[in-house]
Design a protein around this ligand. Structure first.
Ligand code: NAG
Ligand code: NAG
Ligand code: NAG
Ligand code: NAG
Ligand code: NAG
Ligand code: NAG
Ligand code: NAG
Length: 509
């Protein structure tokens, strides 16, 4: 989806070191020390008809298969003017269908399960139709389709090569779950995987081959602003190739499996290039760099980890460089959004930092203006989800090792834990427990920020205003709903509540 309509001119920087702006964020004092998971959010996200979690679910599904659209498509938002988001974006559809997959795999009611399954097969068919559109200028890198699912042909930022990767990830997750449920391998071959034999209906192999051969080519970013080499694109391309190497074997396609594994290794070897030790930051792109985006900070880095972490230990939720970047990116918004000064809700509970795309953003939801950027719901949910996952993973590992790289993260978000660089804290230590409570507290605080600005009519927009927190930009943004649901699922996992997603998936059937 979304975004800046105007492509800004780029200039090339031959190496990040040429930019002389200073690296480190000066020592920041946290404005609060939230600790532990809170009941107010458990209630807000409860599995009841009128809870916010169910409102997000119902409204997300309202934007799938809308009556006037081609089957298997997702309308990015119900906003048709200022801005007009009534399109089927490849990225938004893949992320939305990723949440449908979560419901599919969790549902225990057979009616619910088959309803989600049907949508996911429709989605696979819609993706194959996009691949076969004869009017594409950027092949599989076309980012945006009309609601009838024919390609949007007017000037736009193309290619956007993350789309094929995200679609393949979602469809392989689905296919694996379908096969685990005793679905037929032949059905998966015909309707999901084998593009060579079934080019009209099976998109995954074709998308993966495209990613495997095009991942190093310049591409526009997820905000559709700059053609460059992006960390987000790299990491979301790495995961499906890693998954694809295993999945192809499951589909008895071992030659292609080797090709996917080779490409995954090649991408994996480049991810560390994005770490800028001077800035202590994973930079969002290597170059060319968007003019006036001198901070090098973008929530896309953390969003990339959420969608691209391949469960292989590389750039995980608990990775020091990811933690350092999460700290720098999130705190960069404190100085730019006046609404950040509102730090508690009416009950006195702590609100997390309002998080937008990047601190130097000028897109205000319809157009660009100086200091126009706003916090976004999906960006704020990204921080919440990452913190829930990090708390879960540290507990699974059983220890936290702090380095000089991760220390600023811990000092800001977990000051009471008094962690120091070079130490490892085991699960039974007071320091470890305080650190986990702090991650939980901040995760819920980010969610409470969303709750605080959630509009009374339940229609979540893309953004909330930087000054007064009022919903702004595209209304009923599908990706906003999907991202709040994803964060809620990560929260339930942290609480060891396996029935949560199942109950929400079954609700209404
Ligand atoms: C829940 O919502 C559905 C559909 O919106 C409605 O039919 C049902 O009566 C509601 N149930 C309760 C308990 O409110
Ligand atoms: C799809 O919709 C667009 C926009 O409304 C229209 O221009 C195009 O002709 C339609 N394509 C087909 C194949 O109907
Ligand atoms: C799949 O089939 C096997 C063998 O018939 C059976 O044991 C298993 O319970 C089935 N699994 C599911 C999820 O239906
Ligand atoms: C993708 O890779 C293929 C095969 O190498 C190449 O022909 C095509 O031009 C590439 N497309 C883009 C957009 O880079
Ligand atoms: C966004 O910026 C444009 C151009 O400056 C302005 O006309 C519009 O009112 C702004 N929109 C909002 C919601 O602030
Ligand atoms: C931390 O936990 C992991 C996983 O249990 C273990 O492999 C590692 O050795 C531990 N590190 C230290 C320093 O104890
Ligand atoms: C898990 O979530 C479900 C659905 O909200 C709820 O009914 C249940 O009480 C929760 N279980 C625990 C152990 O918190």
């Amino acid at each position: 989806m979304s975004c800046s309509i105007i492509y800004k001119q780029a200039f090339r920087l031959f190496g990040l070191f040429l930019s002389l702006s200073t690296a480190q964020t000066p020592d920041l004092v946290p404005y609060a020390n939230p600790m532990g998971l809170s009941q107010d959010l458990t209630s807000w996200l409860a599995v009841t008809n009128d809870s916010q979690a169910n409102i997000c679910k119902v409204r997300m599904f309202n934007n799938i298969n809308i009556p006037e659209a081609a089957i298997g498509t997702v309308i990015a938002s119900q906003s048709r003017k200022d801005p007009d988001y009534a399109y089927n974006w490849v990225r938004d559809a893949a992320f939305t269908m990723d949440s449908v997959y979560d419901f599919y795999t969790a549902a225990s009611n057979p009616l619910a399960q088959s309803a989600y399954e049907a949508i996911l097969f429709q989605y696979a068919q819609a993706r194959a139709s996009e691949q076969n559109d004869r009017n594409t200028a950027a092949g599989l890198g076309e980012p945006r389709f009309y609601l009838n699912n024919s390609v949007f042909t007017r000037p736009w930022g193309r290619p956007q090569n993350d789309g094929p990767a995200e679609s393949a990830t979602t469809l392989m997750e689905f296919a694996n779950a379908y096969l685990d449920n005793n679905g037929s391998v032949e059905t998966v071959r015909q309707h999901i995987y084998d593009s060579n034999t079934y080019p009209a209906q099976a998109p995954v192999q074709r998308d993966l081959l495209y990613v495997a051969t095009n991942w190093s080519s310049p591409s526009f970013d997820l905000w559709e602003e700059e053609s460059s080499d992006h960390f987000f694109n790299r990491i979301v391309s790495h995961r499906p190739l890693r998954m694809g190497a295993t999945f192809a074997v499951r589909l008895s396609d071992s030659d292609t499996s080797i090709l996917f594994a080779t490409a995954a290794n090649a991408i994996g070897a480049t991810l560390s290039n994005f770490w800028d030790s001077e800035r202590q930051l994973i930079v969002y792109e290597l170059g060319p760099v968007l003019v006036n985006k001198a901070s090098y900070k973008d929530i896309a880095v953390i969003l990339g980890v959420l969608h691209g972490y391949a469960e292989d230990g590389m750039f995980s939720y608990t990775n020091d460089q990811v933690l350092a970047s999460a700290f720098q990116i999130s705190t960069s918004f404190l100085a730019v959004y006046p609404i950040a000064k509102v730090t508690t809700d009416s009950a006195g509970l702590i609100l997390g930092i309002p998080v937008g795309r990047y601190p130097d953003d000028v897109y205000n939801g319809t157009d660009t203006e100086p200091n126009g950027g706003n916090p976004w719901f999906l960006a704020t949910a990204t921080m919440a989800e990452m913190f829930y996952h990090a708390a879960y993973d540290f507990q699974s590992t059983g220890n936290i090792t702090v380095s000089a790289t991760s220390l600023p993260f811990w000092t800001y978000f977990a000051p009471t834990a008094l962690l120091s660089a070079g130490s490892t804290y085991h699960k039974d230590s007071l320091e470890f427990q305080a650190a986990i409570l702090a991650l939980e507290g901040w995760a819920d605080a980010f969610m409470r920020r969303i709750k605080f600005h959630f509009p009374a009519d339940g229609r979540l927009a893309e953004e909330y205003n930087r000054i007064d927190g009022v919903n702004t930009g595209a209304t009923d943004l599908t990706w906003s709903y999907a991202s709040v649901l994803k964060a809620a699922f990560a929260r339930a996992k942290l609480m060891n509540n396996e029935s949560y997603v199942t109950d929400l998936a079954n609700l209404g059937f």
